[in-house]
Ligand binder design. Sequence first.
Ligand code: NAD
Length: 284
Amino acid sequence: MTAEIINGKEIAAKKREEIAKEVEKLKENGVTPGLAVILVGNNHASRTYVTNKQKSCQELGMHSILIEMPEEVSEEELLGKIDELNQDPEIHGILVQLPIPKHIDEKKVIESISPLKDVDGFHPVNIGRMMTGQNTFLPCTPYGIMVLLEETGISVAGKHVVVVGRSNIVGKPVGQLMLNQHATVTYCHSKTKDLKSYTKQADIVVAAVGIANFIKADHIKEGAVVIDVGINRNEAGKLCGDVDFEEVSQVAGYITPVPKGVGPMTITMLMYNTVKSAAESSNR
Ligand code: NAD
């Protein structure tokens, strides 16, 4: 069997067209969705992510600002800047690019962002809302995965989903979103014994591990859906996922490639959340 490819780039482009239309409508009503991104220090990967987010805002006709702070900025100064943005009516979404330097308490920073502007969906209030199925900002990568499945016509209701990885930004929330849509969910992680015995049972496997080509063909049931969240470099320095694409695509029914799978959806859902925030702010 050769798996069908879930083309994240195409699905993201379709979603972006919808978002651009929504931006136009809001602008006609005098509201330009605005995103503020705070970048602390000079992490190369973070800078690339931030540049891509700004570029996406521009392409969609949104307002965006980048606030750069030096590595040695104090926690107080960062929290002060977030507070300013919380009050700024032109800003509907605030994002602090992670990781931040160790001398700053990440939890404090996340909690200082107004839940009404937390377009990353990391604030505990929004996580609680997600868990209880209320209106909120869903975290972008997990949300993007749900959209990929929906757009491919794959229903998760009644399916056994095995999530490999339990991070707060990917593993945990993606399992919760699957559960909200009536999947039976199993979480596996670094302490799981006999990982294959779980993944082999899965109708849908979500790999969010951070180890290049970690999931092999013998982890996967024939015809299963395989979602690869990983962004890694292999020994040759080439971008690759957590799933051994060559092998697994021979067994799976559907598979997301890396690149052009989950990746393009993350920024797209960030744009979606910012526009949603702008629309909701104009209704308050
Ligand atoms: P993380 O390091 O926070 O979490 C990794 C998880 O994998 C942990 O929960 C750990 O328990 C689990 N794990 C580690 N070794 C394991 C093993 N041997 N067996 C089973 N589980 C194991 O990572 P993260 O932030 O969740 O990111 C995971 C991957 O996804 C990374 O490659 C990251 O770059 C990528 N990522 C991609 C996007 C995107 O937009 N596509 C977004 C976020 C993260």
